[in-house]
Structures are given as structure tokens and as C-alpha cells.
Design a protein around this ligand. Sequence first.
Ligand SMILES: [Ca+2]
Length: 160
Amino acid sequence: MSETAQQQFTRVTPPAPASLEGVVPGIKAAYYEGNWDKLPDFRALKPVGEEILPSPGTGRMAGKDHYGIVFEGYIDIPADDIYRFILASDDGSRLYVNNRLVVDNDGLHGAREVGGAVPLLKGLNAIRIEFFEKSGDESVSLSAESKNRPPELKWWCILD
Ligand SMILES: [Ca+2]
């Protein structure tokens, strides 16, 4: 565990986790179309479709060019701890945990992993991943590790 993560743990009060009530397995993927060189402001755009995926991935946009995906859901964290998330993508992506930016992997690039650490409480914690693909190869995935017990990433989301 890095020194930065230890310092963050002492400074940051982890937010209260959400409850399991009213959630279903999977993560919500909202699809967007556009030709970008970096992540757009998705909140100002209208999605062209939505579906629930077992975990973050290119879903129904696989093989296409010029698109973006916003993933929203929760992960079930097994114990209070500092978790290091590794966000891999081609092209750019960002990870927000409990509305806080944890990993910035934005820009045009081939498959690239960027990590970031955050203290989390046991239970459901909110995840938002923004991702875009310009052209060529494409991928997006998230993994996590911790000093004690690496979590299996089980995804949950709220149905509209
Ligand atoms: Ca690409």
C-alpha cells in the first residue's frame, strides 16, 4: 500500500454505504455516440441506449467506433479497508467512487492501466465509470486489490 493511500485514509472520512434494498445484480451501462479525443461532459448529452451488464465492458457497442459509455452501480465491499482500483481502458476513462474521482485514465491511448486508492466501508459503495472509444482497439475493465482480502467485484445497480 502506498504512502499516499495511507495519508488519504487518515484525512478522508468514508461516506456511509448504501443499503442492499431495491438493487439488482449488474451494472447499468448508458451508451453515447460521438467522436471525441477526451471524455466529454456526459451529463450534457443524451444516451442512445441503456442496458444492464454483468460487469463493465463494451457491451453492445463492441466493434464500433466513436462512442462512450457511462457505467453506474454499486460494489459490495467485504470489509472496511483501503482499496486500490485498477482501471484499464482503450481509449480514455475515469473512475469515481462515492462521487469522488479516484482514477483518471483519460485521453487517446491504447490499453493502459491506471490505479488509485480509496478508503471504503463494508457494504455497498457507489461506482461511476466514464469511458470513450474513438477508433481501433477498444477495452474497458475494472479490478481491485486490498492489503487484507482482495474483493471479488460484485456489481449491483438500481432499476429506474
Ligand atoms: Ca481505441
